[in-house]
Design a protein around this ligand. Structure first.
Ligand SMILES: NC(=O)c1ccc[n+]([C@@H]2O[C@H](COP(=O)([O-])OP(=O)(O)OC[C@H]3O[C@@H](n4cnc5c(N)ncnc54)[C@H](O)[C@@H]3O)[C@@H](O)[C@H]2O)c1
Length: 372
């Protein structure tokens, strides 16, 4: 198969769909890999790193799209990229079609087959191509929160780990899933006094079994959460109710009871945020203040550490990408029902029920798509 990887063109996107290691695996498996010049530069991979493993560098995205049987990317294709997709071509990337009728329309019109990272599943009911980015955002949250707590940034002027004779920062993590667990680990590693709140008892049992010595767990009742938030130097918002907007768990009224200069890091901002006063910010201007409380609400946190994020995403996508290339998408999806869950669009038809429902478009079953 000819596999193509264009440079990402969405603003502030520095990741790349294929690392040199992924390109090398594809070449070893007998495939041709074409990469747009400078596609990897934002993640620290220059063209020579791809040439060294046998990939061919092309000057333009047009050439990559025209050459490749499968396009591997990070973000959803932008309008100009969608025009370059063609019938029978395979697209493997994040799509997030449900809130995006224009993109959905363009993909249907192109006749391509599109497999979305975010809907590929695993045998535990998880989302293996979303989890790496949650891991990155979770581990980054205490790092940016600690920076927000510094006096020059409007924060309380509290050091995460304290020093001998001075107590550590108190950190509350609301939501103990992928983001929350990683945030709690890093905050505890920095020496902070950390409590993770969740409403799932099995999840809390797991956290207590594995991390009991590092941080505490608590049930996320409104009263208990309010008590901890009042005492906190930093609160990390990491809740997710699948398919729904994040619940507003910290109200504006609660801010006046918090310590002045405390930091709220709302990782769940991409689902609307779990603090009433959250609004999405960018890496260029990440923090703002409301009622004396500092808010960090960047919606694409992994972009701050593009190299780590690219490699983490590449590690997760590579086995699927190789299967698609080695077997062709039909056989790969027939053999792996979790990969088939990723199929969103095929030959002018939607194949993902929730997207069809959100956009009012008819859907055919993925099983039918496999036969057509
Ligand atoms: N800002 C970013 O750059 C970025 C990056 C990655 C993920 N995210 C977002 O972070 C959020 C969390 O993602 P995740 O992968 O950890 O999800 P997850 O499903 O692994 O974890 C969510 C947890 O929230 C818990 N929860 C639900 N309601 C709760 C409540 N009322 N109180 C306490 N806990 C509650 C669930 O039991 C679950 O354990 C999502 O909105 C995700 O989209 C944002």
């Amino acid at each position: 198969m000819k596999i193509g990887c264009p440079k990402e063109i969405k603003p502030q996107e520095f990741r790349v769909g294929m690392t040199p290691n992924a390109a090398a695996e594809a070449v070893v498996n007998g495939h041709e890999v074409v990469i747009e010049t400078n596609a990897g530069i934002g993640s620290g991979f220059d063209d020579d790193a791809y040439r060294a493993v046998g990939a061919v560098i092309l000057d333009t995205a047009e050439e990559v799209f025209a050459t490749a049987d499968m396009i591997v990317k990070v973000k959803e294709p932008q309008p100009g990229e969608r025009k370059m997709l063609r019938e029978g071509q395979l697209l493997f990337t994040y799509l997030h079609l449900a809130p995006d009728p224009e993109q959905t329309h363009d993909l249907l019109e192109s006749g391509c087959t599109a497999i979305a990272y975010e809907t590929v599943t695993d045998r535990n009911g998880g989302l293996p191509l979303l989890a790496p980015m949650s891991e990155v955002a979770g581990r980054l949250a205490p790092q940016v929160g600690a920076w927000t707590l510094q006096k020059a940034n409007g924060g309380r002027g509290v050091l995460m780990g304290g020093v001998p004779g001075v107590g550590p920062a108190k950190v509350v993590v609301i939501g103990g899933g992928v983001v929350g667990t990683q945030a709690a680990r890093v905050a505890a590693g920095m020496g902070a006094d950390v409590t993770v709140l969740d409403r799932s008892l099995p999840r809390m049992s797991y956290l207590d079994d594995v991390f009991g010595g590092m941080f505490k767990t608590g049930f996320s009742s409104a009263n208990y959460m309010a008590e901890l938030v009042r005492q906190a130097d930093m609160v990390v918002g990491a809740v997710l109710i699948p398919g729904a907007a994040a619940p507003k768990l910290v109200s504006r009224a609660m801010l006046s009871e918090m310590k002045p200069g405390a930091a709220l890091v709302d990782v769940a901002i991409d689902q609307g945020g779990c603090f009433e006063t959250s609004r999405a910010t960018t890496h260029a201007d990440p923090i703002y203040e409301v009622d004396g409380i500092m808010h960090y609400c960047v919606a694409n946190m992994p972009g701050a550490v593009a190299r780590t994020s690219t490699i983490a995403l590449g590690n997760a996508t590579m086995p699927f990408m190789l299967n698609l290339a080695n077997k062709g998408w039909r056989k790969a999806c027939e053999d792996d029902p979790h990969l088939l869950k990723g199929l969103n669009v095929h030959a002018g038809k939607l194949t993902y029920y929730e997207v069809g429902e959100a956009l009012g478009i008819d859907v055919i079953s993925p099983a039918l798509a496999l036969k057509s």
